[in-house]
Design a protein around this ligand. Structure first.
Ligand code: ADP
Ligand code: MG
Length: 329
């Protein structure tokens, strides 16, 4: 059941979708309202925010709850107009010649035919001729491929782009005619509480999810991982810190490491044995942070530091200089 079958302006259906989408996404109330309002209004939209700020999560949840196809493509220099449109299967062309049945839909044609969301990540990295193909599809709501035919878009077809404002290719490279055709929503990082909820959600149980460690330890890990990860975004010497994805990996890697080392509590530093536990816990978290976060933070070239040094400083600040802030609970 799509937007089409229930009518674009069926407000009770939009409300139902909004409620079920809310159950799948942590926080983001306002953003969910706005994205849903834009697509329900039949508009296309660009989501602008650093990696890991729930752009794909929001879009996928809306498409799935609305019951319309979600077609994802990565915007990069290889995304040519013909990749987007589709082409003849070369093996079948050799055997049977150019025939309509040999045509394999590209993501744009598929999204138009099926009335889906065409979600283009790193939209600003797509080449200019590809952007032009998209603008034409948006304006005409149909696409014509020479020798193949014209494909009208179903009414639920939308183009959604996402991009990272810190991308060195730059969001300003998009021409004003591109910007003039899109709505735009800017997303920032969520607050610490929401990030802890997201990390807990994504690291909990599952066949290869969290390691077999105690509840106390998992809670401490989530809190510490989110605090360390957020600190990477607040530094003068880094251009871009890690997203919540880094915190998720940090918890998963540290959980396995602690299990390997037989550490089953975060320690509280009050008695000697506990102090020792605390130190071993903190060291495992540092090692896991180096693995989970070092590739995700981009230091300022002029700062003369390294991701490893930045992480060690953040870790010392969290566990040694201000340990009270690190205490769980
Ligand atoms: N608000 C949120 N609710 C639930 N999970 C989230 C939320 N934000 C991010 N995540 C999780 O964090 C990861 C990155 O989110 P994603 O939506 O892919 O980011 P983006 O598309 O902006 O790069 C995913 O594993 C996703 O499940
Ligand atoms: Mg994404």
């Amino acid at each position: 059941m799509g937007i089409q079958s229930t009518g674009l302006r069926d407000t009770s259906h939009v409300s139902r979708v909004r409620a079920s989408v809310g159950d799948r996404v942590v926080g983001r109330e306002r953003e969910l309202d706005l994205v849903l309002a834009a697509v329900a209004a039949g508009r296309d939209i660009l989501l602008e925010g650093p990696p890991g700020t729930s752009k794909s999560t929001i879009l996928r949840a809306i498409a799935e709850e609305w019951g319309i196809p979600f077609v994802l493509v990565e915007g990069n220099a290889d995304l040519t107009p013909s990749k987007l449109l589709g082409g003849h299967d070369p093996a079948r062309v050799l055997r049977e010649g150019y025939r309509d049945e040999n045509f394999v839909d590209g993501p744009l044609v598929r999204a138009m035919r099926e009335g889906g969301f065409l979600y283009i990540e790193e939209f600003n990295r797509a080449p200019d001729d590809t952007l032009n193909t998209l603008l034409t599809a948006m304006a005409e709501r149909e696409v014509t491929i020479p020798r193949i035919g014209t494909f009208p878009a179903q009414s639920t077809f939308r183009i959604i782009g996402s991009m990272n404002p810190y991308d060195h290719v730059g969001t300003t490279r998009l021409s004003t005619s591109v910007h003039d055709r899109f709505n735009r929503l800017v997303l920032g990082y969520q607050d610490a509480q929401a990030e802890r909820q997201i990390v807990a959600l994504r690291t909990d149980g599952g066949p290869d999810g969290g390691a077999d460690v105690s509840v106390d330890l998992t809670d401490a890990l989530v809190t510490d991982a989110v605090a360390l990860t957020r600190a990477t975004r607040e530094r003068e010497d880094t251009r871009q810190g890690s997203s919540v994805r880094g915190a998720i990996d940090l918890v998963l890697v540290a959980g396995q490491l602690l299990a390997l080392h037989g550490i089953d509590s975060p320690g509280e530093g009050r008695v000697t044995a506990e102090e020792d536990n605390r130190r071993r816990y903190a060291e495992a978290v540092l090692d896991a942070a180096l693995v989970a976060l070092s590739g995700r933070i981009h230091v300022d070239e002029s700062a003369g530091t390294t991701p490893e040094r930045v992480l060690r400083e953040i870790w010392e600040d969290h566990f040694i200089l201000h340990p009270a802030a690190a205490e769980p609970g």
